[in-house]
Structure formats: structure tokens, C-alpha cells
Design a protein around this ligand. Structure first.
Ligand code: DMJ
Length: 672
């Protein structure tokens, strides 16, 4: 650079120069900002204060410090929870990558969503397509009682001789109408009806008709492998965790969450469906004798509804045994205090013994998915008991959420305030943790209620358009369609394994007459979910993946961060594979599920009984077992595996049953 020209010398002025020491300058009101001077000056002022004045100042400082600590705790926690995307793992991960969504829509352009039902072209319902396989026309046979005992010639006595607590009158009645293990004994009218607005006679279970109405479909080898896996898991639970919430298979012990035998209850209907008569009978005895909800314990409303209430209701329907309905009524009633909030948006936690409810310690917010994914169960409880209070409480939540602002093309934020009833932490949208089953239950409630509740369908259709518009992208190099996240306008290529419920839900919607492009999207997404397993060293998916948006040499579509590489034996991909196989008959879905089962066996099976979550799906030589078997492995993952491998569309017929989000089948009120 060129040298700067020398500055002209300043013009001469006449002046008097006075030099002051810093102290003098200060005394004269002059300004000296040297550190030493400031220190000395403050100290002098401090010494000039009276003792009382000094004490007051010190007290004020202490008070402000305490306030600071308290407000950090209350502001910091919700902030942490907003960035914490894993419902099950309370870890903090602000994962916004600042990637702008560049016209990501890869499927046909979204149609205009409007509040008026008539403006959805999709809503002119198509007739459900017949699956290309195993379609033998409608059958009366909803769910046959377990048939495995027939084929395997298991000759176990089903008599209940164990001392059960004083059997009430209702129990005796039950005995009369209980469906035998081999089927039969059911009142002629099995059709289900929506609950009326008045208290009425309780409904009957939807279950069984005589087994011999239809040729039993033999259990195939893959289903046998599922039964074997279930038995192995059950052995661990029985030996080391009987009656407790979860098995810790490595330490041969258990963990408690609610102290209500969670795994046992979650697994009841799986045992029924798999035909595990002996195990079912033993578990039933535990329910009859030991399951008591009269306990001073805080339970999470959502988790106990989907696992316990849902599990009991479906087991009642499959078995016809009113013991399960009585227990369902009991827990249902005990959960009701959760709805006593200023906004009627329920609190997250309820003490089922004391009848009190409260939000989490650090906030008065509830999670959106939690308050909108308890409806199938409470609505069914109203229908069965004739008491409308359950349905009223949960319908009110849905109606309220339907009207709320803060949605983005039908996509909902993750939190809702129990005082104001408004969404909070606006601007973050995901189909993963904290929002996932909101979308699932919109469609499923609509199906449960006989496809009449238009607001539910409107919200569902609009949300799927929102997904297409804001969250869909394609990865490189394989161009996998995936569902990312949006935070304050920034797209993140992050996808929770939890999102893999979506292909199954989309396929179920298409089967129920919604637009065929939902099915196309389902096909693309299930391929992606499969790749989340196939591209990983153990063949098991991590909890969260990040997709590559740009091709890079040597990089796969799926990237995994160290904090996300655990696998909790989750069901979502297997669940979607089941729906896809049911509706398309394409055997590749069964083959993908088979690979997954084999990898669970290879990397998560504990020799002494049980399966374990693992910490590292990327290390086949040491996947780092976590020593925990989640109840949904038995409640969902193995059940969906068994159904996926079945060619019997009447084994939980999807025109007659709708699965809750924990894989517990509940009857459709007006079956197709
Ligand atoms: C289950 O409890 C349910 O499927 C829920 O909807 C999501 N989390 C687990 C399984 O991953």
C-alpha cells in the first residue's frame, strides 16, 4: 500500500497548562479511568458509608445472587427440554444446523389445505384396496384365540385354581362369559357402537367367534422364531423381574418406573396373539392377585394410558375376560385428576393413590404428543363403561388443539401450557419426540369413530401437507426421502427413529380411502427407515440419524453422532413394515423385518434371558449393552414382528381394529 503523507503540524495556540494528580483530578470532578484509581475511589466511598448502609448493600447483593440462581434453574430447564428431542433420553442437544430448506418437496406438489372438508380432493374416500395376498373376504373372525396350542399340541390346563382375592360378583359373571382358550362363547351381537351421550349399559368385548368358522392359518417358521424370541425375553422377565416394571437382563434384576408391573401388562395381548397360553394364564393370575392401583405413586399420564390402560382394554377385547375391564376402569378413574387444570389441557403426572395431579417440577407446560395421544383409550373406556366423562375430557383437548394458533401448515409445536391452553416454545416442528403420536392419533381416532369426525381428518390432512411442504428432503447419495425438522425457519436433516411410525400411519390412511400419494410417500419413507438399519454396522438403527444432503466420497446417506448411537429395541420401523406388508403383500417388507429380528438376536439377546438396549449400534464387536429391556419390546416390537410374518389378514383385521400407539388393538366402533 502507498505510504501515508506526513500530517501537517497543528496550529500554535496560547494556553495555560495545569497538571493535577489523579486524586486532585477526582476531587475536582475530573475523569480518570485508570483501574488503580477506580479501585481506590470505590474503597474510599465504601469506607465512608455507615455500618448500616454497608450491611444493606451486602444484603442486596446476596439477595440478587440467590434470585439469579433460582431463575437460572427455572428458565434453564424448559430451554434444555426444548432442545432435548429424545423423550426417553433426557439429553440436551441443540441440533439446528442452519440449513435452509431449498424447495425440498420431492413428491407431487401439495394440494391446498383449507378448513373446509369439501376442499380436500382426497376426502372423497376411495374404497380400501384389496391386498393382493391372502384376501379371503370379510370374516367374522376378529381374533381367534391362540391357535398355537392346537398345532404344538400343548396340553395345559387353563383352570384358575390359584387363590385370587375375594372374587366379586362381577368376577363370577366373568367366569360364565369368559371366552375359552379355544374360542367360542360369545354373544351374537359383536358389533361395536360409538358411545352415546348418555350413561348406558356397558358394551361387550369385540372378541372372538368360534375358531372353527375358518381354517386356521398355520404358523410359519418366522413366526415361530418370534415366539422363541418372546419366550426368551419372558424367561428373563419371569426369572429376575417378575411383577416389576422392567427387566435388567445383565444384572439379573429390575427397575421400577411406576411400580405397576409395566412389562407384564404391556405384554398381555402379545401373549394372547402369539398363542402363549401358559404364560398368559400366569400373567393373568398376577393381574388378578397383585395388580393394585391404590398406590401413592406418581405416574406419567401418557405412558400409563398407552401402556396400562391400552394394554388392559385390548386384552379385555381379545380374551373377553372382564377382569381386565375392571382393572382398566380402575386406572382410568385414577388418571382423571390430570384433567383438572385451568385450561383442561391435562398435567403430565398423576398420583394415582392420592388423586392429585401436577406438571413437571420446572414448568406448567405439557408435551403436545402426550396430551393428544390418550384419546383412543379414554374414548374406548367410555364406550365400554357407558360413562361419558372419559371421552368428554379427551375430546375437549382435541377440540381445543384444533382451534389453536401457532401451527405451521398443520404442524404443531412441542409444548402446550396447562394454564393458558396455548402452545409454547413456538417455531420448532418435528415428527419425532414430543409431537409424533399427535399426528398418528388424528388419523386413528377418525378411524376408531367410524370416519365421521371431520375435524380430526382435516387436521391430519393439513399436517401431512405441512410435512411435505416443510420437512421432506432427499439424502445423498441414495436419494432417500426423509422427514427432517424445522426450527425457526431453519431445516435440520435430523430424523428420530420414532418418526418411522409415519409410513405405517400414511399407509393406514391410504387403506382407509385417503389419497394414493400418501401411499407413495409411505413407500419412500419405509425404504428410508429400513436404510437406517441397513447402513449401520450392526444392522440396527440408532436412536437418531442425520442425513447427508450433499454427496461426499465415501459417505453414506446416514450419519450418526456419538450421542445418538444407542438402540432401545424400539418398534416403529417394524410397525410400519407390518402395515406395508398387510396393504401391499410385497414380501420384501417381511424380508427386511426378518433381517432386523436376526440382528436383535445377534446383538441384543442376553444368554440368561431377556434382550437389552445397547449403546453403540456401530460397534458389532462391542455394542455396549445397557442392561435394560423396555416394556415396548414385548408390547410392540415382537407383536408387530409376529403380525408382519403372518399371511392371515384376520389376525387383528385392520378393518376392525385400530392399534393404539403402544400396539394395543382396540375395536373400530363401526367396523368396515
Ligand atoms: C412407545 O412407548 C410408543 O410407541 C410411543 O408412541 C413412542 N415410544 C415408545 C416406543 O418407541
Amino acid at each position: 500500500s502507498a505510504a501515508a503523507p506526513s500530517a501537517p503540524s497543528p496550529p500554535r495556540r496560547d494556553f495555560i497548562s495545569v497538571t493535577l494528580s489523579p486524586e486532585e483530578a477526582a476531587g475536582a470532578g475530573g475523569y480518570n479511568n485508570s483501574k488503580a484509581w477506580r479501585r481506590r475511589s470505590c474503597w474510599r466511598k465504601w469506607k465512608q458509608l455507615s455500618r448500616l448502609q454497608r450491611s444493606i448493600i451486602l444484603f442486596l447483593f446476596a439477595f440478587l445472587a440467590v434470585c439469579g440462581v433460582i431463575s437460572y434453574a427455572s428458565v434453564g430447564e424448559p430451554w434444555k427440554s426444548i432442545t432435548n428431542k429424545s423423550l426417553d433420553d433426557q439429553r440436551t442437544e441443540p441440533e439446528i444446523h442452519g440449513l435452509k430448506l431449498a424447495n425440498p418437496v420431492v413428491l407431487p406438489a401439495p394440494q391446498k389445505a383449507d378448513a373446509h372438508l369439501g376442499e380436500y380432493p382426497e376426502l372423497s374416500l376411495q374404497k380400501p384396496p384389496k391386498p393382493p395376498h391372502a384376501w379371503r373376504g370379510p370374516s367374522n373372525l376378529q381374533i381367534r384365540p391362540p391357535r398355537r396350542d392346537v398345532r404344538l399340541k400343548a396340553q395345559h390346563d387353563t383352570s384358575r385354581t390359584v387363590e385370587e382375592p375375594v372374587q366379586t360378583e362381577r368376577e363370577e359373571k366373568t367366569e360364565k362369559s369368559v371366552i375359552s382358550w379355544r374360542g367360542a362363547v360369545i354373544e351374537p351381537d359383536q358389533s361395536t357402537e360409538p358411545p352415546s351421550s348418555k350413561i348406558k349399559e356397558p358394551e361387550k368385548p369385540s372378541s372372538v367367534e368360534a375358531e372353527d368358522q375358518k381354517e386356521p392359518v398355520p404358523i410359519n417358521e418366522r413366526q415361530m422364531a418370534v415366539i422363541e424370541a418372546f419366550r426368551h425375553a419372558w424367561k428373563g422377565y419371569k426369572d429376575f423381574a417378575w411383577g416389576h416394571d422392567e427387566l435388567k437382563p445383565l444384572s439379573k434384576s429390575y427397575s421400577e418406573w411406576f411400580g405397576l408391573g409395566l412389562t407384564l401388562i404391556d405384554a398381555l395381548d402379545t401373549m394372547w396373539i402369539l398363542g402363549l397360553k401358559e404364560e398368559f394364564e400366569e400373567a393373568r393370575k398376577w393381574v388378578a392377585i397383585n395388580l393394585a392401583f391404590d398406590k401413592n405413586v406418581d405416574v406419567n399420564l401418557f405412558e400409563s394410558t398407552i401402556r396400562i390402560l391400552g394394554g388392559l382394554l385390548s386384552t379385555y377385547h381379545l380374551s373377553g375376560d372382564s377382569l381386565f375391564l375392571e382393572k382398566a376402569k380402575d386406572i382410568g378413574n385414577r388418571l382423571m385428576p390430570a384433567f383438572k387444570t385451568p385450561s383442561k389441557i391435562p398435567y403430565s403426572d398423576v398420583n394415582i393413590g392420592r388423586g392429585t395431579a401436577h406438571p413437571p417440577r420446572w414448568t406448567s407446560d405439557s408435551t403436545v404428543a402426550e396430551v393428544t395421544s390418550i384419546q383412543l383409550e379414554f374414548r374406548e373406556l367410555s364406550r365400554l363403561t357407558g360413562d361419558e366423562k372419559f371421552q368428554k375430557a379427551v375430546d375437549e383437548v382435541m377440540k381445543h388443539v384444533h382451534t389453536l394458533s401457532g401451527k405451521n401448515d398443520g404442524l404443531v409445536p412441542m409444548f402446550i401450557n396447562t394454564n393458558s391452553g396455548q402452545f409454547t416454545h413456538l417455531g420448532v416442528y418435528t415428527l419425532g419426540a414430543r409431537a409424533d403420536s399427535y399426528y398418528e392419533y388424528l388419523l386413528k381416532q377418525w378411524i376408531q369413530g367410524g370416519k365421521k369426525e371431520n375435524e380430526l381428518l382435516e387436521d391430519y390432512m393439513r399436517a401431512i401437507e405441512g410435512v411435505k411442504k416443510h420437512l421432506l428432503q432427499q439424502s445423498q447419495p441414495k436419494q432417500l426421502t426423509f422427514v427432517g425438522e424445522l426450527a425457526h425457519g431453519h431445516f435440520s436433516a435430523k430424523m428420530d427413529h420414532l418418526v418411522c411410525f409415519l409410513p405405517g400411519t400414511l399407509a393406514l390412511g391410504a387403506h382407509n380411502g385417503l389419497t394414493a400419494d400418501h401411499m407413495k410417500l409411505a413407500e419412500a419413507l419405509i425404504e428410508t427407515c429400513y436404510q437406517m438399519y441397513a447402513q449401520v454396522e450392526t444392522g440396527l438403527s440408532p436412536e437418531i440419524v442425520h442425513f447427508n444432503l450433499h454427496a461426499q466420497k465415501g459417505h453414506k446417506d446416514v450419519e450418526i453422532k456419538p450421542a445418538d448411537r444407542h438402540n432401545l429395541l424400539r418398534p416403529e420401523t417394524v410397525e410400519s413394515l407390518f402395515y406395508m406388508y398387510r396393504f401391499t403383500g410385497d414380501k420384501k417388507y417381511q424380508d427386511w423385518g426378518w433381517e432386523i429380528l436376526q440382528n436383535f438376536n445377534k446383538y441384543t439377546r442376553v444368554p440368561t434371558g431377556g434382550y437389552t438396549s445397547i449403546n453403540n449400534v456401530q460397534n458389532p464387536s462391542n455394542p455396549e449393552p445397557r442392561d435394560k429391556m423396555e416394556s415396548f419390546f414385548l408390547g410392540e416390537t415382537l407383536k408387530y414382528m409376529f403380525l408382519l410374518f403372518s399371511d392371515d389378514i384376520d389376525l387383528i383385521n385392520l378393518d376392525k381394529y385400530v392399534f393404539n400407539t403402544e400396539a394395543h388393538p382396540l375395536p373400530i366402533w363401526v367396523p368396515a
